[in-house]
Design a protein around this ligand. Structure first.
Ligand code: ATP
Ligand code: MG
Length: 751
């Protein structure tokens, strides 16, 4: 339950305490004349939420008294919405149409009591007789009809003997009542129409004011919660129930403010118009504020319920900013979904000095998300980056790839631009780049500083996907008509490229596409052959300017709590900043590793303990920031199988060349499981690194012989190819060759 009680819950508690009711019964009573929207979600959250909080129950009732607009399709949509939001109605779905017989009997009773009469005035005269706010009305002459005549006419109205509009049944209350609604309100009207449920049985249908209160009473509802526009109907609600002298307990009506959101419309009638005129693809178009639309777009029930909770229950109407809802979905997905790479507007990059291919390890979740899981990201010579992530004439503050500025490929290497290729129109068609072999993510020893990391996909293995980008449905805050529709509310990208694991591993249906936003595999159109993703929401509030003008919405949690947005980092605390400075200046760590350690208490303390046992700051830092960090994500230091002293020992045999980096990782994995000492593991498994030049030299000779082209390029000045040869040797020795020795030997031989 919410931490602060709203006024409805206050009433409910008082009624329980005073013994007015023993059990709380609420109901959600939609008219099945359209798909439910987020305003209904609010009403659902209130009615079902109150029932849940006070161990009562909530009925789902179709208020189906209007035969011409209702349909079973809408009944199904309403049931779906309630269930999807996680609520369960009591027993079967109820229908006002099931109460028609009972309602009619009560109407007869009112007539017998002289409290209702059949009026035969035409509509216009009736309106005229009603009077105005300042003038009282006058009663129709037909009000003088006898009880017998009224009973006879009502019976014949029911049997279909009269045309639509010929007669109505009215309550006899007070034609000069200050509340205009009390001036002899209509109870029944004639409608010769087929009812989707009751069929052709009825030629008269009860009005809301008569049907609603009695349906509530039939169901034993205690708190009949509705929106503010029914405030003036409350008097009739009470009059009907009181006049009939029904056996207590009876329900009471309470009103709350309707939810309105800017940039959209919130009325089934207006939504129906958009659907009928094909301005949207259907009731579940992801741009609509319908539950079906939000669901198709990828919103979660939790995010919608959080939103309803955040905005609170008010007594005065107001409009809520759409970005508040977007905040809620972002907040929810941030801690749940895998991060993957997708390129929406691909620009080809050829990495000149890279040969072969490899699979890079990439976790699905960032450190601050308590979930496990990783995938392999294929990497090779040809990749695609986002066109926007390269700029030939960068504006100030542009941190991505330029002719002179290097950038990191997320989870991979740092690249620099060597050359750009253009077509006849001057559009860039390709970038020729170079990578730095020492800059591999997680084991970067290149010393190069970059300002950002960008997403990319490997050309060979990337999958083509369709991406649907959705924006606000209307371009103004308070739309009045179809002219206000936002012409750019849907943009379809047919040829986006995504990393293969998203399609082959399917780790989830919702994703964060790095630096782009949150996306959802379309539940209808997605197939493995033609994957389709809907944009749920961006990472940041792009309509942020509007948010500044946003007034506080409720007295409760008005300020959204702080969230960490991917790609945007929170400033470090003073303490973290001090550690960071020490690590980068005194200990010479690269800034990325230094930051990982400095920002995490557990990591920095593990790091410093290890350092006190073996003064090798850089190697230890890399191991701690990568391998140890993974283990510490969900564990405390004293829950680990290994300790800082053992890591210090591992670093020692790594530094002195006994084992290679790759073997160190293997040994570490073993330590995680068994807690054994690294030296023992190395001996037991025969993992010792090859530093013997007589073993390594013939391997190098063979590789040089096999790659005459690269040898030539290297000799012509492309020294970056050194990394290529070293890599080949390491591969040939299964990672056991000592890279330092290999490096020296290769350099010698290529001279
Ligand atoms: P619409 O104008 O969209 O058709 P309605 O009020 O006619 O809405 P109903 O199907 O009669 O829709 O409503 C079912 C319940 O949902 C009612 O109790 C109503 O008060 C509530 N409801 C409808 N719209 C909103 C809204 N925007 N905010 C809060 N509650 C709403
Ligand atoms: Mg309505």
């Amino acid at each position: 339950m919410s931490e602060h009680k709203d006024f409805l819950r206050t009433i409910v508690e008082k009624d329980l305490k005073s013994g007015k009711y023993k059990n709380i019964i609420t109901r959600f009573p939609p008219e099945p004349n359209g798909f439910p929207h987020i305003g209904h979600a609010k009403s659902i959250a209130i009615n079902f939420g109150i029932a849940r909080d006070y161990n009562g129950y909530c009925n789902l009732r179709m208020d189906d008294t209007n035969p011409t607009t209702e349909d079973t399709r809408y009944v199904e949509a309403l049931k779906d919405a309630v269930e999807w939001l996680g609520f369960k109605w009591e027993g079967d779905v109820r229908y006002t149409s099931d109460y028609f017989e009972k309602l009619y009997d009560w109407a007869v009773e009112l007539v017998k009591m002289g409290k209702a009469y059949v009026d035969s005035l035409d509509e216009e005269t009736m309106r005229e007789y009603r009077g105005t706010v300042t003038e009282s009305g006058r009663r129709s002459e037909y009000a003088k009809r006898s009880v017998e005549e009224n009973l006879d006419l009502l019976e014949r109205m029911k049997n279909g003997e009269f045309k639509d509009g010929a007669h109505v049944l009215r309550a006899k209350i007070d034609m000069s009542a200050p509340n205009m609604k009390m001036r002899d309100p209509l109870l029944y009207r004639i409608r010769h129409a087929h009812h989707y449920r009751a069929g052709d049985k009825w030629a008269i249908y009860p009005m809301y004011d008569f049907g609603h209160c009695l349906s509530d009473y039939i169901e034993g509802v205690t708190h009949s919660i509705c929106t503010l526009e029914f405030e003036n109907n409350r008097d009739i609600y009470d009059w009907v129930l009181d006049t009939l002298k029904l056996e207590p307990p009876r329900p009471y009506q309470h009103e709350f403010a309707r939810l309105g959101i800017n940039y959209t419309v919130m009325s089934k009638r207006k939504l129906l118009e958009l659907v009928n005129e094909k301005r949207v693809s259907g009731w579940d178009d992801p741009r609509l504020p319908t539950i079906a639309g939000f669901r198709r777009r990828g919103y979660t029930p939790e995010s919608i319920l959080n939103f309803c909770d955040q905005i609170g229950i008010a007594k005065a109407n107001s409009t809520v900013d759409f970005s508040q809802l977007e905040f809620c979905i972002r907040d929810d997905l941030n801690t749940k979904v895998p991060r993957v790479m997708c390129v929406l507007d691909p620009l080809k990059v050829t990495i000149e000095n890279y040969e072969g291919s490899e699979e890079l390890d990439a976790p699905y979740y960032p450190d601050d998300v308590p979930k496990e899981g990783a995938r392999k990201v294929p990497f090779s010579k040809e990749i695609y980056i986002e066109r926007e992530d390269f700029s030939e004439n960068p504006p100030e503050g542009y941190y991505r790839l330029t002719l002179t500025q290097a950038v990191r490929l997320k989870h991979a290497y740092i690249i620099t631009c060597k050359e750009i290729k253009k077509d006849r129109n001057g559009n860039i068609t390709e970038i020729i780049a170079e990578y730095n072999p020492e800059s591999k993510s997680g084991q970067d020893t290149s010393g190069i500083k970059v300002k950002s990391a960008i997403q990319w996909v490997d050309a060979v293995s990337a999958k083509k996907v369709e991406v649907r980008l959705y924006d606000r449905l209307y371009s103004c805050e308070n739309p009045q008509s179809i002219e206000d529709l936002n012409p750019d509310s849907l943009k379809i990208i047919k040829n986006a490229l995504i990393e293969p694991a998203v399609i082959t591993e399917k780790p989830d249906v919702r994703f964060q596409f790095e630096r782009e936003g949150y996306f959802y595999a379309d539940p209808i159109d997605y197939t493995d052959a033609n994957p389709v993703f809907n944009k749920i929401v961006g990472l940041k509030d792009s309509w942020g300017k509007k948010e500044k003008q946003q007034k506080p919405l409720t007295t409760r949690r008005t300020q959204p709590k702080k969230v960490q947005i991917e790609g945007e980092t929170e400033p470090m605390s003073e303490h973290e900043q001090a550690l960071f400075n020490k690590y980068t200046t005194e200990l010479k760590l690269n800034s990325m590793v230094a930051e990982i350690l400095a920002r995490d208490n557990k990591l920095s303390s593990f790091y410093e303990d290890t350092l006190s046992a073996n003064n090798s700051p850089i190697t230890i830092a890399n191991l701690v920031a990568n391998e140890v960090a993974r283990e510490l994500k969900e564990k405390e230091i004293d829950e680990l199988q290994f300790n800082p002293a053992q890591i210090a020992e591992l670093v020692k045999i790594l530094d002195n060349g006994t084992i290679s980096n790759k073997i160190a990782k293997e040994v570490f994995e073993e330590m995680v499981k068994s807690g054994e000492n690294p030296t023992q593991i190395v001996e037991a498994k025969g993992l010792i690194q090859i530093s013997d030049t007589s073993v390594i030299e013939p391997i190098i000779d063979e590789i040089i012989a096999k790659n005459p082209d690269n040898v030539e390029k290297f000799r012509a000045g492309n020294t970056n190819l050194l990394g290529f040869f070293v890599g080949q040797v390491l591969k040939a020795t299964d990672g056991k060759a000592n890279p330092k020795v290999v490096n020296e030997l290769v350099a010698q031989k290529l001279k």
